[in-house]
Ligand binder design. Structure first.
Ligand code: CP
Length: 358
């Protein structure tokens, strides 16, 4: 897309840039026709998604042998990455760390701002700039709304930009979780996601995973989304407006059992009480939005049960042994989807003989 003078002026001003619709900003975060900074689920189109899934399938297959692992770890062994995770994380952090190692990338990490120079008053913006002095990629999880996007915007205005991957930004988005969730759908349904009904359950208002997954569903035909949530935690208006604009079918209900019956995938989420202002989560009876053993009898025989994890009580441990429980495989899929994404961002996919299988 040709950049107008007006657009270039807007790009210089963060507040103006932030206020632009995401669709307008996507080109700003691309290089040579591909994703450079991975910030929003809306950056993925179907072609790119399915290409990344095939890279992921290939990487997971070839790395089963020492020879294949040596090949994979030679792809990016000239690169270094910073993992800057100042919000708690287990699987996103570990899957990115191991994805880097699979590709041979050397890693550094900061997981607590109080032991970085931010404690001495360095601004978050200067902190990001400092990382870019040492590494070729920044993977970050940050509690401040829009700060991951601002970091990428800042980087793109410096003489030594490095790509930024959003590994979870406040309540905004978690695009690589949506990528691995969709990869899980892709693998579970033999490559055919079109026409599926996806039920998303729980604290939809404050869950960044369900937001990103909803945006990603625009890439598939005849999807039906079922949002099952207490009235206090219904899906946010901007996502509903997006679905309406894109003609994606959805309905909202408080009735858990009714909502999961016809679903092909049931995506459970925990209550996001870290965002509480005054203990509002404690007032909700979340047990009504919990999947227990009895629900295995009412869902479809070939449905899958997903969860971005970590879980609390919203899926009982007894459900884990059912073949439809997909969440442990889902978290493992994250490492492969993230390896594939990083190889795609750095353009080493051309060196991999990518297979066609779903
Ligand atoms: N799904 C997810 O983001 O998990 P972590 O918080 O453990 O990274």
């Amino acid at each position: 897309m040709e950049r107008t003078i007006e657009m270039m002026e807007i790009e210089k001003n963060w507040d103006k840039f932030l206020s632009m619709p995401i669709e307008t900003k996507i080109s700003h975060f691309m290089r040579e026709g591909r994703i450079y900074d991975c910030l929003f689920a809306q950056q993925f189109n179907r072609e790119v998604l399915e290409y990344i899934f095939r890279i992921a399938n290939t990487l997971r297959r070839i790395t089963k042998t020492k020879e294949g692992m040596n090949f994979a770890s030679s792809l990016l062994n000239h690169k270094r990455a910073m993992l800057y995770f100042i919000q708690p994380s287990t699987r996103t952090f570990l899957s990115f760390l191991n994805a880097c190692h699979i590709l041979g990338i050397k890693t550094s990490e900061i997981r607590d701002a109080s032991i970085s120079s931010e404690y001495k008053g360095e601004s978050p913006e200067d902190t990001i700039r400092t990382f870019s002095s040492y590494v070729d990629l920044i993977i970050m999880r940050h509690p401040a709304q829009n700060f991951v996007e601002k970091s990428a915007w800042l980087m793109n205005r410096t003489k030594r930009p490095v790509p930024i991957i959003n590994a979870g930004s406040s309540k905004d988005q978690h695009p690589t979780q949506a990528l691995l969730d969709t990869y899980t759908l892709y693998r579970s349904f033999g490559g055919v996601i079109d026409g599926k009904t996806i039920a998303m359950v729980g604290d939809l208002k404050r869950g960044r995973t369900v937001r990103s997954l909803s945006f990603l569903m625009e890439n598939y035909k005849n999807m039906k989304l079922v949002y099952i949530a207490p009235p206090e935690f219904k899906m946010e208006r901007d996502v509903i407006d997006f679905l309406n604009k894109k003609n994606i079918s959805y309905y909202e209900t408080e009735n858990f059992e009714e909502g999961i019956k016809e679903a092909d995938a049931i995506y459970m989420t925990r209550i996001q009480d870290e965002h509480d202002k005054s203990g509002e989560s404690k007032k909700i009876d979340y047990s009504k939005y919990s999947f227990t053993k009895k629900h295995l009898d009412i869902i479809k025989k070939d449905a899958i049960i997903m969860h971005p994890l970590p879980r609390r009580e919203e899926i009982s441990v007894e459900v884990d042994d059912d073949p439809r429980a997909m969440y442990w495989r889902q978290e493992r899929n994250g490492m492969w989807a993230r390896s594939a994404l990083i190889s795609y961002i750095f353009g080493v996919d051309a060196k991999i003989h990518i297979e066609n299988k779903a």
